[in-house]
Design a protein around this ligand. Sequence first.
Ligand SMILES: [Zn+2]
Length: 131
Amino acid sequence: MDPVQYNELTRFLKDHKLSFEKQNGKQKKKFLTMAQHFVWEKEELQRKTEKRRVKVIQNFQVIPLLQVLHDSPTASHAGINKIFQVVQQRYYWSQMFEDIRNYVKTCDDCQRRGGLQKNNVIHLILAKAPF
Ligand SMILES: [Zn+2]
């Protein structure tokens, strides 16, 4: 989440204060509708989903988080969908899927392995073909 939105939400949820340009009209309505999905709890901004509350991740936290979920020895370069599943259960920011996809796609190790996997798939298809 970008810092402006994060600060506005935090300020509103903690102190019930609206920024100047959101004190009237459409902007206010839009902001209040959006703010309904969020809570301030345990000193962090959380987003309410159907089943649970998840932590809101700020822009500067996205890459460090993906590094842990993808590059760490226990993560062993998990794939896009696997990371997305984990992220979805615990965190929220806009463009989650895109960010994860871009991160995995630009990972050096994965690009090398991706090439290998492609070859394997081709072999598999050829082996299964009836001719
Ligand atoms: Zn990787």
